[in-house]
Design a binder for this molecule. Sequence first.
Ligand code: SF4
Length: 365
Amino acid sequence: MPDAELAPVAARIRAGGRLTVDEAALLYTHASDDLLSELATAVRDRFHPPRRATWLIMAIVNYTNVCVAKCDYCAFYRLPGQDGAYLLDFDALCARIDTVLGHGGTLVGFNGGFHPDLRVDDYAELFGRIRARYGDALEFYGLTVAELMFVCKVSKVSYAEGAARLRDAGLRWITGGGAEILDDRFRRRHSPLKYKVEDYYAAQAAILDAGLGSTATMVIGFDETLDERLVHLDRLRRFQDAHDRGLASFLCWTYKPFHTELGGAEVPTSEYLRWLAISRIFLDNIVHIRTSVLTKNEDALEGLRFGADDFDLPTEDEVTEKAGATISLDFERILDHGRALGFALDHRGPWPLRIPQAIPDATTA
Ligand code: SF4
């Protein structure tokens, strides 16, 4: 079967056509690595100069590990009052920011848990102080979508109101983090207290409507089915079509299974690269596809051959490190890996909050 069925799909992708869900399953299951690489590169090159990619140095600063969501794939959280639970104060956060700036970093992602005592106004005050202290020398992702949803609920404000208050305090970006697999079957199995998928997208819409920037993320390698992964991509693409193509990027990384209740084994790099390629081809309305140095180290640079155009060089992230990620500060060694693959690598500044005009329309050919 495969070759006869794959050939017309491949021809349509090369001609600028849009991949269907069934075709994505077909390609992922049957296409060779070489074909996936070629098609993902063809889509990538509609958005970006061939064989060029961008990077920056950043830290994920975990301001608290207190969380009441109890996801079974998480090795990071502590319940309120549990041994090891912490909440960093402003000075401690600034010390962490200064460390990443000292490494040449320009971006911080603040990522914690569902802390039951924090309110929207606490975050607004914090982000206002950080913006006042660092100005444009630092860009930061204030929260993940999942954290915003929780803090809005405990603060008894709508997502729109919460996003507006944070924006007015000086926040510019929230990330799509906390998404893992956006399928309610997956969520019921592993994190029933976190959110429902429809609610997640309601929060994403409120963030974009408030004029904040946001991103899309995905994590693979739990026990999700191919169908659940495809539901994630399909719903994301439909959201992006319906919201002025407002999400700036898509980042996929791999689940780290160590010290978690769920356990399991790590996804091999070969599987990660194939999924990255499917994501690049399928998400033809998202400009930037990013590969994960955080969970794949220098192997992530292979992702540039599978449709990725950008990556972070992380200096810290307790969430993934607790579950087995190892972070290297030997940035040149990692960059050399990409250069050896034939890519010119450019340091990037922050993206504009909205970049829909850069997206070519998929044809219906
Ligand atoms: S993954 Fe996030 S929301 Fe889930 S338990 Fe860990 S910190 Fe909490």
